[in-house]
Design a protein around this ligand. Structure first.
Ligand code: F6R
Length: 257
């Protein structure tokens, strides 16, 4: 079972931050998997003010739009640079985002996978949750063993993400994303979801079957995963009280999962 933690958002951010800093302390060269979108931003802000030294750490983004220039304010190259690389003090050469340039897209997935493999894999992968159940940009129907590759975004995702653009027409139709198989190879997963609009899909992810129709349900196959939900996102869970009980009775140093 995934470890499910239901607490106010600020406490979840503290928990996630503490886990990352703990890992960094054990290994200054740790490999952090970073999500974009709104959910993880408070973690990056908190890490930035912690004074921790990320100068030897490495980071990998989950995904990128295809066809947006890297300098576009909504390209994930740009977002990762301004919300992670610069404020946390990563060396730019240690931060990797899939290359969404259409001219080289044919081998961009394999190139990205090779870079992850070259550093020995991702230590902690931060994940957000799409309202349609995607993790990364693995839309419903994605193979549960998929690798980094191009995907066509659903209308729902383009609509959800249009808030970052002037209109939905500006949201690219294609992306390149770590596959579900890639994500499952990270040593630890930290998935966060906040707000009522994530409640239904959080229930499907945790308490429904493992199915490609809810790509995030694949996290049930991982043996070290923490799901951090605020009360609103947890409001449709059938076993919420049991998760709270388990959290309150957690033994120090106990392995998660
Ligand atoms: C972002 C990503 C997406 C988001 C998800 C939730 O790199 O891969 O899976 O995590 O769409 O987005 P927010 O956090 O904006 O609700």
């Amino acid at each position: 079972m995934a470890e499910v933690v239901i607490l106010p958002q600020e406490q979840l951010v503290e928990l996630a931050t503490a886990q990352i800093l703990d890992r960094l302390h054990q290994n200054p060269e740790m490999v952090l998997g970073v999500a974009t979108g709104s959910t993880p931003m408070p973690i990056y802000e908190r890490l930035a003010t912690s004074g921790a030294d990320f100068s030897r750490a490495r980071a990998f983004a989950l995904d990128e739009y295809v066809g947006l220039p890297e300098s576009h304010p909504q390209s994930y190259h740009h977002v990762v640079d301004s919300s992670v690389t610069k404020p946390l003090g990563f060396k730019p050469q240690n931060v990797h985002v899939p290359n969404g340039n259409p001219e080289t897209i044919i081998h961009a997935g394999a190139d990205f996978e090779a870079k992850i493999a070259a550093v020995g894999g991702i230590d902690i992968q931060i994940l957000g949750l799409g309202t349609n159940g995607h993790i990364g940009f693995n839309e419903p129907g994605s193979s549960l063993s998929s690798r980094t590759r191009v995907k066509v975004l659903t209308e729902k995702t383009r609509m959800d993400n249009s808030r970052f653009f002037d209109s939905i027409d500006e949201v690219p139709g294609h992306c390149i994303t770590q596959g579900i198989g890639t994500i499952l190879e990270s040593k630890q997963l930290l998935l966060l979801a906040f707000g009522k609009k994530k409640a239904k899909i959080a229930h499907a992810m945790l308490e429904g079957p493992v199915t490609a129709s809810v790509p995030a349900s694949a996290i049930q196959l991982h043996r070290h995963v923490s799901v951090l939900l605020d009360e609103d996102a947890a409001s449709e869970l059938e076993n919420a009280n049991y998760y709270r009980y388990v959290w309150e009775h957690k033994l120090g140093g106990q392995a998660l999962g």
